[in-house]
Design a binder for this molecule. Structure first.
Ligand code: SAM
Length: 298
């Protein structure tokens, strides 16, 4: 490997550099994330950061790092950490949370009431730095006065290891917590310097794991979910990889369960095994064989 890296933007001016296209295709194959030609400059910038770190001067050499042992696995993870965008915050979509609390949870509790094990399983798929699963955990804490003999398991997964490390540390800036009410701040957070740390009672039912939504074997293992949140994640996927993920979600979700996507996302032309349900200010998907749908079906 040469010691003096030289980065030429010509790699993305004019016809795309074939090595950059190979990296784009590799990322797509591994993680389902697709960079159209208009986003190749962004991909180049991310690769350039890694190349600088590795003191590698050409995309060809960098492609070798991404594909050959002994660097292959660690470098792929490092590049995916650079590529994935983790914009999130606590209480990002209040109408979704209101729908869960006021309409969906009572229905799920009723549907599972006769089962010997009273357990709710929630999956935050693409959880980024943890604000979404911790928000759901706080919501469940608020509800816990009611079904007090129920346990809640929140499975929080993401591809980005750096984000997951932040999530496990559970300490957040004023920006991340800007939608948290003073009451919730007082109840569920403690101060750590200038920041706020989520209290152990909220953290204890959330587990964080690295999971690639394009890994079919791992996706098959995520069974029997009552709620799946996959918000603002599939926007980076093309139709083919989106369809694969949603097919898994169909199998991962219990028949009475609900799937939430981001507010601008939809399954229109993606999968017809789900039906859209409307709530005030929010929507969710249920399986077509879902018998007790809350809200108004469309
Ligand atoms: C914009 S954040 C969404 C965070 C949160 N769900 C929300 O709506 O606030 C998108 C997350 O999806 C994750 N992601 C992207 N591709 C993924 C993949 N193939 N498998 C797992 N997570 C992925 C990214 O690492 C990032 O943390």
């Amino acid at each position: 490997m040469s010691a003096a890296p030289v980065y030429s933007l010509s790699a993305v001016d004019g016809p795309p550099d074939p090595e950059l296209v190979r990296i784009r295709d590799l990322i797509y194959q591994v993680a389902g994330i697709f960079h159209p030609d208009t986003k190749l400059r962004l991909l180049f910038d991310r690769c350039a950061r890694r190349m600088k770190e590795l003191k590698v001067s050409s995309l060809r050499e960098y492609f070798t790092c991404l594909t050959l042992e002994p660097t292959r696995q660690t470098e792929l993870i490092a590049l995916l950490n650079e590529i994935t965008i983790g914009e999130t915050c606590f209480f990002r979509c209040q109408p979704q949370l209101d729908a869960v609390r006021q309409i969906i949870l009572p229905k799920i509790v009723a549907a599972k009431a006769r089962l010997p094990i009273r357990r709710l399983r929630i999956w935050s798929a693409g959880c980024s730095t943890g604000e979404e699963p911790y928000t759901l955990s706080m919501l469940m804490q608020e509800e816990s006065q009611q079904p007090h003999d129920w346990t809640t398991e929140i499975f929080a997964t993401d591809l980005n290891e750096r984000s997951l490390a932040h999530a496990r540390n559970a300490t957040y800036s004023a920006y991340s917590t800007r939608h948290v009410t003073p009451l919730y701040q007082q109840r569920y957070f403690g101060p750590v310097g200038e920041e706020l740390q989520v209290q152990p009672m909220v953290r204890k039912c959330v587990s964080f794991t690295r999971l690639n939504l394009s890994d079919d074997d791992r996706m098959t293992s995520m069974k029997a979910m009552d709620l799946i949140f996959c918000c603002n994640v599939l926007i980076y996927f093309d139709l083919t990889s989106k369809r694969r993920v949603i097919e898994h979600f169909y199998k991962n979700l219990l028949p009475h369960g609900y799937l939430f996507l981001g507010q601008t996302e939809s399954l229109y032309h993606v999968n017809d095994q789900f039906r859209l349900i409307h709530f005030p200010g929010a929507t969710a998907y249920v399986r077509n064989d879902h018998s007790e749908a809350g809200g108004q079906g469309s």
